[in-house]
Design a protein around this ligand. Sequence first.
Ligand code: 5GP
Ligand code: ZN
Length: 112
Amino acid sequence: MIDNNCLFCKIIKGEIPSAKVYEDGEMLVFKDIQPKAKVHLLAIPKDHFKLLSDADGARVGVLGRMLEKIPEIAAENGCENGYRLIINQGEAAGQTVFHLHMHILGGQELDW
Ligand code: 5GP
Ligand code: ZN
C-alpha cells in the first residue's frame, strides 16, 4: 500500500527526488538527505507501514529479503569495512518518518 501523505511513499512514486542506489519490485535504497556518517543510506520497503509491530508474515518476508540484499548494496556503496543498521521505532527513539526504514551507516569508523 501507498500512503499519499507519506514522504517516503512520495519518494517511491518519484514525486520527491532522491539519490537512488538500488531499487527492485519491493524495496528502494537511497541516500539520506542529512547524512550522519560518510555513507548514510536508507532502505525502505515499497509497501507502506510504520512500525515493526505492523509487520505481518508477508511484510516480515520483505524485511528478510531486504536484510539479504543489504550486505551487497552496502559493500557497493563504500561500506566494505563494515556498517551499522538502525531501525528507529517511535518518536522516543528519534523516528521522524513513519514509513519503516533501515539506516545503513558506514564509510568510516563509527566510534559512537
Ligand atoms: P528517522 O529519524 O525517522 O529514523 O529517519 C528519517 C531519515 O530520513 C532522517 O535521517 C532524515 O535525514 C531523512 N530524510 C528526511 N527527509 C528526507 C528527504 O526528503 N529525502 C531523503 N533522502 N532523506 C530524508
Ligand atoms: Zn510511506
